[in-house]
Ligand binder design. Structure first.
Ligand code: G
Ligand code: G
Ligand code: G
Ligand code: MN
Ligand code: NA
Length: 259
């Protein structure tokens, strides 16, 4: 059976799951939130990588329904975690990927609005990740949706920053709160004889901070990368150095760290 056909019933068969990857405050080392990442364990095909099934879901439009489920499930999990926090702990966020197709589909704003009302979640605890290329495909339509989402109080993030084009010309027009530097740039920090991508990352940090955005460095794998980013004033770090995406039950040590 083709992947596409299997994916159609995957949700109903309980084959989809959400895993979460920690996003850590560089200075304190404390958890700030998690990125929600979809996982598919297919009865027929075994584990299918998101870079295989997400494009299929996008092409067929299934991503709209899957994305709504992912949003609801991510917020449900976040509320469970927030309830476990101690007084004085920071308010955790969850960061959910939004595909271009979802941006274009008229329902996203209503879904998010409804979800916030139903759950009472603080809007700033919900981050939505959009890619540079997704926005650039149709910037005027994207802007309408992004402005409406921004009005609801959720935090918009530019994902995979640096991999698209004309980043500088549009970034200031978007109601963005967070920029996520793509891991391709981070992976070349502290490895080469020359400076590698260090000047680029330094420039991105300066520019995005000047615009008032927070910065997440993605794909941080080593202590050296973490230390360098700390020195450069990066805000948040996500990567295997702190942890891979994992099932929620394996992440409770982040929620209630032992004093
Ligand atoms: O863990 P990783 O292999 O999870 O993810 C691979 C790619 O799939 C990433 O680029 C990520 O943005 C994307 N991805 C993972 N889960 C989702 C999802 O639920 N929705 C969308 N649109 N993309 C996702
Ligand atoms: O979680 P990690 O970053 O190791 O996953 C890398 C990729 O491998 C993911 O895109 C995921 O789809 C796939 N993968 C391989 N084995 C597993 C598994 O046991 N569980 C899950 N959820 N994903 C897996
Ligand atoms: O949405 P986005 O493309 O940013 O998805 C994050 C992707 O990056 C996921 O596939 C996730 O498994 C992967 N990832 C997260 N941390 C690391 C890391 O430290 N190293 C590498 N190689 N990949 C990572
Ligand atoms: Mn992402
Ligand atoms: Na990314």
């Amino acid at each position: 059976v083709k992947l596409e056909q299997s994916l159609r019933g995957a949700g109903e068969r309980g084959e989809l799951a959400v895993h979460f990857q920690p996003i850590v405050d560089v200075r304190s080392g404390d958890i700030d939130g998690f990125e929600a990442l979809m996982r598919w364990n297919s009865a027929e095909h075994g584990f299918v990588r998101p870079d295989e099934f997400i494009p299929i879901a996008e092409e067929t439009g299934m991503i709209v329904e899957m994305g709504e489920w992912l949003l609801r499930e991510s917020v449900r999990q976040l509320l469970e975690w927030q309830a476990m926090r101690r007084p004085g702990d920071c308010q955790l966020h969850v960061s959910v990927n939004v595909a271009v197709r979802q941006l274009r589909d008229g329902s996203l704003v209503n879904i998010v609005d409804e979800l916030l009302r139903e759950t009472g979640l603080a809007p700033s605890s919900l981050w939505l990740e959009i890619t540079e290329s997704g926005v650039m495909e149709d910037i005027e339509t994207a802007l309408l949706t992004l402005n409406a989402l921004h009005s609801l109080g959720v935090v918009l993030c530019i994902d995979d920053f640096g991999t698209g084009y004309s980043s500088l010309s549009y970034l200031h027009r978007l109601p963005v709160g967070v920029v996520k530097i793509d891991r391709a740039f981070i992976s070349r920090i502290g490895v080469s004889q020359d400076d590698g991508d260090e000047p680029i990352v330094r420039a991105v940090l300066a520019m995005t901070h000047a615009m008032g955005h927070r910065v997440v460095a993605e794909g941080v794998e080593t202590q050296a990368q973490r230390d360098w980013l700390y020195g450069q004033g990066c805000d948040l770090i996500q990567g295997w150095f702190y942890g891979k995406a994992d099932r929620p039950e394996n992440l409770t040590h982040w929620i209630r760290p032992q004093p």
